[in-house]
Ligand binder design. Sequence first.
Ligand code: PNS
Length: 166
Amino acid sequence: MNTKNTVAAVYPGSFDPPTNGHLDIITRASGLFPKIIVAVTENQNKKHLFSLQERVSLLKEASENLKNVEIVSFSGLLAHFLERVNSFTVIRGLRALSDFEYEFQMALMNRKLNKKIETVLLMPDQAYAFLSSSMVKEIASLGGSTSGLAPKCVEKRLKEILKCTI
Ligand code: PNS
């Protein structure tokens, strides 16, 4: 039986920076859907370290082995972006119960904006259940090792950026 869905799915996020947890979700989603559009945007509630363009290029480099994954950026409402790409399946990662309320609220609000929008929550490997972009930034800024937490290209850029700010 073919369990693969027939439509593309969109994985939106701020990815500041992309972590191995994000990559784990992208990899899982790419096995479930024929195409994954990773949609990078500004989260108005967060202050970003990396520019939008840089987050896109880091994600491109980190996911280059996944042939059905496309990385793009968007601004404005996710619901409007989904209309533009004609894809109404949203992927989000769920690490722990603490993520649930935010994800639940976002999923239902997106569905309120457009009833075609369905959100699929994927659990990462348990090795990444504690991992977040902000932790990766904090560890790097305090001189700790981010090995195994973020893709190599991200580790490299973090070192370069933080060297400039010391
Ligand atoms: O990785 P993040 O920061 O948790 O991602 C949150 C994101 C970017 C998916 C969310 O803030 C978003 O969808 N922003 C676009 C604007 C929008 O549609 N806001 C209403 C969401 S219900």
